[in-house]
Design a protein around this ligand. Sequence first.
Ligand code: GDP
Length: 692
Amino acid sequence: MMLLTKKMIQIRSLLQTIGQSETLTLPSIVVIGSQSSGKSSVLEAIVGHEFLPKGSNMVTRRPIELTLVNTPDAHAEYGEFPALGLGKITDFTQIQKTLTDLNLAVPPSQCVSDDPIQLRIYSPNVPDLSLIDLPGYIQVVGRDQPADMKEKIAELCEKYIQQPNIILAISAADVDLANSTALRASRKVDPRGERTIGVITKMDLVDAARGNDILTDRKYALRLGYVGVVSRIPQPSTGLFKRGNGNITSAIVKNEHSYFSSHPTEFGPEASVSVGTTNLRKKLMTVLETTMASSLKSTSEAIQSELAEATYEFKVQYNDRPLSAETYLAESLDAYKHSFRQFSETFGREEVRSLLKTELDQQVLNLLAQRYWNKPLQDLNTPLPEADPLSELPKADPEHPLWTLKLDASTASLTKLGIGRLATTVVAKALQAQVDRLTATSTFASHPFARKAISEASTSILKDLSYDISDELEICIKPYKYRVEVNDAEWSHGRENITGVLKEELRVCEGAVKDVENEVGGRKRLKDVMGFIDRVRGGQVVLEGDGVGGAGGFSASLLRRGRDAVFLRDRADIIKMRLLAVKSKQCANRKNKYYCPEVFLDAVADKLTTTADLFLDAELLSKFYYSFPRELDAKLGHSLSKDDIERFAREDPKIKRHLDVVKRKDLLEHVLKEMDALRALEAREVRRGGNR
Ligand code: GDP
């Protein structure tokens, strides 16, 4: 019953998924031998395929951890490199090529590496075995090889042939056993020959009597004994088989059998020696199974202590908080939707209104500056017609038809501004900014994948909604394009509001002058340059050239800043003047709308805002608040595969560590249970009088 090895191999594969630690190495059969001793041939005879790298240039530079998995019910034979994720490889020449590439990737200067290559082979024709192939010992270092190569190989082999591994020491029959490097190395670590199996290859190259002598050697007695083999692959010309992907075991075995059976005295049943690849395979299985059994206890203990460590970490670092990628995603999503709901409760019609009104206040100010109180910034070399900087400002003259026209045109500019689009865009942008803010403060912040999904969800919903909404809103405000009536209450409200807006604008202007003042290095300096500019504009000073290179003792950049300040000062003066006008008695009466365009335009803007906020609240906000969480569910919920979710959760290093600990702990618990079951089974076997 070879159940134990199989189970233990499965357990090892499991442990490898969480990064097997040093303490958890399960026993393997380590294959050592000199170069050309026939090491590869033996391994290939066991596997039944040529798959090892061949070539004169020392091709094995890394240990190959070869796991053979017997799959009794399958037909296919294939290999897998678990660390490479290449999937099942059914073509053994491809495996050979991959192994060659992996080995050649070790730079020749380094000659060998102790980083093992993991290879699993699944086949109904292989036994369950765990083997490690190592670089062959060399006798002399080649001219183009590093001088310490011999020692490095020996060191690497020595590292692997330690307890509890079994040593498969390969020696060729045509070389004196006293000269076998493999046996010498094994004796060093296993002086009593308790865990070494001697394999004598090339039995066909010595005469049968000598072959028998070697196998019954007493000088280098091994408790597990010697096995003689002829594992050379018969040439295709013998017609026994075709080279390629077919299984070669039977061809080798047939060839071997014909040799040994032709010398019955030396190798027959009477000779009491062990020969043949088939016997070798059996021996390997039995020995490994026994070793596995005897290491059950220590392995269990090692797993127990790993588990204790993981449990401790889980408790101390994570407060025993269970976590899986799925629950993490679900919790994150819930928390996000919750904060979104909270936001949606604080962002309604009122907030939309204030956003839109602020936007339209700006539009009103721009219109006023353009159509009414504009005084273009003069070039330095174009003096103003009159000395008083405000003298050329038009005086409001309500009697004049021009002033009627002016107000009608300004009103039209406002109503035909494209409020539908403007208002929708402003609100959609504000919503998007809120979503981004929520994302940045949520657990999703450290998950690029989720951040992208959320942002895409909101953008696409807002884009779809905005398209229709802006057109529909435009239709809603259509009546105002023809006629806007303002009643007393609206007028006085407008008057109040625009006063606030003008005051704020004045504050901003004066603040900007202060900034320029600080920039140029003081009030006095700025005053001087502004005085100079005023004199130029007033014609009191004639500027030579265009002043670009500086003038009046002021540098070009100082003049530029001075001009900015003059502009700001003039604007502040205009605003002050208009504030006085708006506050005046005349503007208290809506009949005087031509005299007070600010108030009238503000009232118009207010009407537009009222229409828009009502509409946007109903159409944009409520629809967005409905669709967005559902879209999140779709994007981050049901549509994700298990792998996606795992990848998502692991994007955050903190979560990844937490998940790893949970996984490690769960796995070790599972493995420990399996081990306990195996130990119980093993104990029963022993009680039943098994031969272990
Ligand atoms: P490695 O360098 O130890 O892996 O040795 P190989 O398995 O590559 O074998 C070296 C050479 O010995 C090859 O040419 C094999 O064909 C040959 N060889 C291996 N085993 C036998 C054998 O049992 N009998 C004979 N005659 N030749 C063998």
